[in-house]
Design a protein around this ligand. Structure first.
Ligand code: NI
Length: 245
């Protein structure tokens, strides 16, 4: 069930049998010369929407802008500051919790979001801790690449050149879902450099085409299909565990 394509009475009825909701969350940021700017929100959305067809899941609208200050040196990137992002996460959670959702699961597609999402969770829980009230919901963050079986699968498909940004696995997922949007580019160097992530000018100087440690040109539609299928299985399994928590 997709929240955006439901009516309020349908969500009201849904809450009588399940109080779990999944929020795909990502970022709109550069992904090297052949990766789509939407890659980090497209991947969790693609996986969540595919899982919704197979399991009894409720998927919220995609939270598609994240913490990407370090990518602002590349055209098309849109970023929230950590403080803005945390405030927005808190408002999303409190809106859903107000309706009675008690299990709120963020399926994340951007490594740069992790610290801020975890900090937002701590801020939200703090409100209950300081007032000695029981928090009526639980929150979970899961990166799609940490779903059961995915890291092993990606390591097998891409023994070299996977890297950490504009990875062939994330690009393959978008290509499999949108084959008419496939791009190609001659990678120079084949495998991008690695290094620390700081501010946008430093990032641009260290990683001139935007990739980190990856060879995006390894991405294929076929690999993407395999990664999506395994992620769907992993997500349904992970949500079953979360429901039982
Ligand atoms: Ni990415």
């Amino acid at each position: 069930m997709l929240l955006a394509f439901s009516t309020w009475p349908e969500i009201d009825a849904r809450l009588k049998s399940s109080r779990t909701v999944i929020i795909p969350i990502g970022s709109n940021e550069q992904h090297g010369p052949m990766g789509l700017l939407g890659t980090d929100w497209l991947c969790p959305e693609i996986i969540a929407h595919a899982a919704e067809k197979e399991g009894d899941l409720l998927i919220a609208p995609t939270f598609n802008i994240g913490m990407a200050q370090h990518h602002l040196g590349f055209s098309g990137t849109i970023s929230l500051r950590p403080s803005t992002f945390m405030a927005a996460i808190s408002d999303w959670v409190n809106s859903l919790a107000r309706h009675g959702f008690d299990r709120i699961y963020f399926l994340n597609g951007h490594g740069g979001n992790v610290a801020t999402i975890e900090a937002a969770f701590s801020e939200i829980y703090s409100d209950y801790s300081y007032s000695a009230e029981a928090c009526p919901f639980i929150l979970k963050l899961r990166n799609w690449w940490d779903l059961p079986g995915i890291a092993r699968l990606c390591a097998r498909i891409y023994p070299t050149g996977h890297g950490t940004h504009a990875t062939p696995s994330e690009i393959a997922v978008t290509f499999a879902a949108y084959p008419d949007r496939v791009k190609s580019h001659l990678m120079e160097p084949q495998i991008a450099p690695s290094g620390p992530i700081r501010d946008a000018l430093d990032y641009r100087a260290r990683f001139p085409d935007g990739r980190i440690g990856s060879d995006s040109s390894l991405a294929t539609v076929e690999d993407g299909r395999a990664i999506i299928a395994a992620s769907v299985t992993g997500l349904i399994e992970d949500i079953a565990k979360f429901d039982a928590d």
